[in-house]
Write a protein that binds this ligand. Structure first.
Ligand code: 13P
Ligand code: SF4
Length: 362
């Protein structure tokens, strides 16, 4: 049963002590998060990775790109473990290194490679954290950077200081919502589409571009609609609507606020008693916040339960399984299951892109 599994995990963690640290993303199930030593959004978890350099193993309860980032930012001796290797991210899979490289080559043909009078290069590549290590490596190698939902504006400012325009992947919505909030007109944010058969990009569109968007999206966040917000406002006068920036632009525009998962959690924590919130993000986080703050009314904008199906693939059985393998004798892990390691040929460049992000100050 879940209760017995929970007891078992607590006992294994007690045996392992400081040898292991468990990190958990806000979207994880409660049965998993109750065992996490640190819970956060993807930026906070990247930073938390470096907070326990003494731990032999980092068990990452989240998705694959987060575990890869943890491997890049931790010491080489530390093993990063993803309890279920099938926990990926469909948005991250929407941009692969071959198509991005092909796009980049076409952009180089179009814009050249030399800097303008202010020393700015034609294009800076920016990848959302939700991407493979290979794409982070691409950005590191080509003067670019990584962003998360909590620092996207800071990172775009960093990029505009160094480049005339940005190629933003994989999430079109985070790119569009962030650039729009910074005053970039929509006409200057074409979606990359070189194929004339599919409409293609016009020359003026590309000439005037400031942000070239990739076509990726999150299948959880694209479910939210303006209609749901309107219904929430009718049913709950005074409701505060907060959505994640992976939602489509019309939804972000219709909401009162938007921000990362940590932004949402903090906004609720700081609210006056008996507030009402309609939240546009993954259901596990919304339900946990509702349980944590019974003094408020907190509900998900989407009446049909919308979990992130890949985050959901981590459950306590997998956590117990990987911990069991670590409980060896004599302080040495008996066996490391599901270790995530980024290949050396991309790791160096990927670290450069991550470190640029960590150093970019708002
Ligand atoms: P956060 O950085 O806001 O936690 O977002 C991660 C994510 O995958 C949202 O879908
Ligand atoms: Fe990926 Fe969306 Fe799941 Fe986040 S919620 S991990 S972006 S599929």
């Amino acid at each position: 049963s879940n209760g017995e599994l929970g007891d078992w995990i607590r006992a294994a963690k007690a045996t392992l002590g400081d040898r292991v640290v468990v990190l958990g993303h806000f979207y994880q199930r409660e049965e998993v998060l109750q065992h996490a030593d640190f819970i956060g959004d993807s930026f906070q978890l990247a930073v938390a990775t470096q907070s326990r350099p003494d731990a032999e193993a980092i068990v990452f309860c989240g998705v694959h790109f987060m575990a890869e980032t943890a491997d890049l930012l931790s010491r080489p001796e530390q093993a990063v473990i993803l309890p279920n290797l099938a926990a990926g991210c469909s948005m991250a899979d929407m941009a692969d290194i071959d198509s991005v490289t092909e796009c980049w080559e076409q952009l180089e043909e179009l814009y050249g490679t030399g800097p303008d009078a202010d020393g700015r290069v034609p294009v800076i590549p920016v990848t959302y954290m939700n991407s493979s290590a290979a794409l982070k490596g691409f950005c590191g190698e080509h003067g670019g950077i990584v962003c998360t939902s909590s620092n996207a504006e800071t990172v775009l400012e960093w990029a505009f200081e160094r480049g005339q325009r940005v190629l933003f992947f994989p999430d079109q919505h985070l790119g569009r919502n962030t650039a729009k909030a910074m005053g970039v007109p929509l006409e200057q944010m074409p979606m990359w589409n070189p194929r004339k058969a599919l409409g293609g990009n016009t020359e003026t569109e590309l000439e005037d571009s400031r942000v070239i968007l990739w076509h990726g999206f999150c299948s959880v966040h694209r479910r939210f609609t303006v209609d749901q917000i309107e219904t929430a406002r009718v049913d709950h006068p005074g409701v505060r609507v907060i959505v994640h920036p992976e939602c489509p632009m019309a939804v972000v525009d219709a909401a009162d606020e938007y921000g990362s998962t940590d932004y949402i959690a903090k906004a609720i924590a700081a609210a006056p008693a008996a507030s009402t919130f309609a939240i546009g993000t993954e259901i596990n986080l919304v339900q946990r916040l509702a349980a944590q703050y019974p003094q408020h009314t907190i509900f998900c904008l989407d009446p049909v339960v919308c979990p992130c199906s890949t985050m959901y693939r981590i459950h306590s059985g997998y956590l117990a399984w990987v911990l069991e393998a670590l409980v060896g004798g004599d302080g040495v892990p008996a066996e490391v299951l599901n270790r995530i390691t980024v290949a050396d040929d991309v790791a160096g460049h990927a670290r450069v892109a991550l470190e640029r992000m960590l150093a970019a100050k708002p």
